[in-house]
Design a protein around this ligand. Structure first.
Ligand SMILES: [Zn+2]
Length: 65
């Protein structure tokens, strides 16, 4: 399946649109700078974000008997 409409999120720091994909390694932030700014705030609140669901498509089913 192809995704022709990439998910766009807003950078929590500067509100710029960020493509939710491999092109945005710092998502949901637009850049490392924004990520670091937010991480700095987290450090005080000890806030954690649950990771995005991992879509692992491994069909390596092995029958070991
Ligand atoms: Zn930003």
């Amino acid at each position: 399946m192809k995704q022709e409409n990439p998910t766009i999120v807003k950078c929590p720091q500067c509100k710029l649109p960020v493509v939710w994909g491999d092109v945005s390694p710092y998502r949901p932030f637009c850049s490392k700078r924004c990520q670091l700014i937010d991480l700095g705030e987290w450090a005080e609140e000890e806030k954690r974000i649950a990771g995005a669901p991992d879509m692992s498509d491994s069909d390596g089913w092995s029958e070991n008997q």
